[in-house]
Design a protein around this ligand. Structure first.
Ligand SMILES: N[C@@H](CCC(=O)N[C@@H](CS)C(=O)NCC(=O)O)C(=O)O
Length: 268
């Protein structure tokens, strides 16, 4: 008698497609060939459904959050490590690399937060960007107002300081300088091929560092779908000019190590 095989339920990832935290989690999952469906999370509008899903009415919740067959994995680092423990690709960190990866993750986290603050401020000042950032179902006359409320919600929830533009820019420059230094050291060890920030091979540290570069200049839309005005709001032109070498490294890393990218381009 033939045995009936029930296909395993794929993982479901809740995230914000252009968010660096979400991209970090997706890259790790896709590196390991882990199948998942993606659900776009809209701040404020999806807050209550997400709380009910997680059975967490108090305390903070955020995305990315991964629903596996038996649990929720919350936070980009935890998801990347879950992927490493459950996937089939080459390990993204060995036990002896964990401390170095943690240090890069902490650095990238500072860049992500600085990037979010600059992006939130820029959303309010770039014509059409607020309207672009809200889901398609919101009717035209309401788009700007809904966008404004959404940004205010994120600013309050994450303590975003709109005024500290110079401080956030300096944080980004500091992280990119550290990355440039690490790549220079890696070049002297590897003899100039594609360089890796930890251990001479592709690790989670490269993923988080590349995602930190994405908050200065978003990577191509074939990897992370992003609308043109949203891209504009993330872009820091002066830093992009100053750190062209680091951006080229990020592009080469994506070309070599990011499988198919996150899906179809949203660029019109
Ligand atoms: N430490 C968390 C931070 C994630 C985070 O800050 N997520 C924000 C991205 S803007 C978020 O969920 N925003 C939507 C919301 O809070 O509703 C991680 O590593 O995943």
């Amino acid at each position: 008698m033939p045995t009936q095989v029930t296909p395993a339920r794929p993982q479901r990832l809740f995230g914000i497609s252009y968010s660096p935290w979400t991209e970090k989690a997706r890259w790790a999952l896709e590196h390991h060939g882990i199948p998942y469906t993606f659900s776009e999370h809209t701040p404020l509008i999806d807050e209550l459904p997400m709380r009910l899903r997680l059975r967490k009415l108090r305390g903070s919740i955020s995305v990315p959050t991964l629903l596996t067959k038996d649990s929720f994995v919350q936070g980009s680092l935890a998801i990347a490590r879950w992927a490493d423990a459950n996937g089939h690709g080459a390990l993204l960190e060995r036990a002896d690399e964990r401390a170095a990866v943690d240090a890069w993750d902490a650095r990238a986290e500072r860049a992500f937060e600085a990037g979010r603050a600059l992006y939130s401020a820029r959303l309010r000042s770039t014509p059409g960007a607020l309207e672009d950032a809200v889901p398609a179902f919101v009717p035209e006359p309401l788009r700007r107002t809904v966008g404004r409320i959404g940004v205010a919600f994120i600013a309050r929830k994450y303590g975003v300081d709109y005024q500290a533009e110079a401080v956030h820019e300096a944080t980004l420059a500091e992280v990119l300088t550290a990355l440039r230094r690490a790549l220079a050291e890696a070049a002297s060890q590897s003899g100039g091929a594609l360089r890796y920030v930890v251990g001479g091979h592709f690790t989670l540290a490269d993923i988080v560092a590349a995602c930190a570069v994405n908050v200065v200049v978003p990577v191509g839309s074939q990897y992370v779908p992003i609308r043109p005005r949203t891209r504009e709001a993330w872009t820091r032109t002066a830093l992009a000019l100053e750190f062209g070498d680091v951006i080229s490294w990020r592009d080469a890393l994506y070309a070599r190590h990011r499988r198919d990218g996150a899906g179809p381009s949203l660029v019109a």
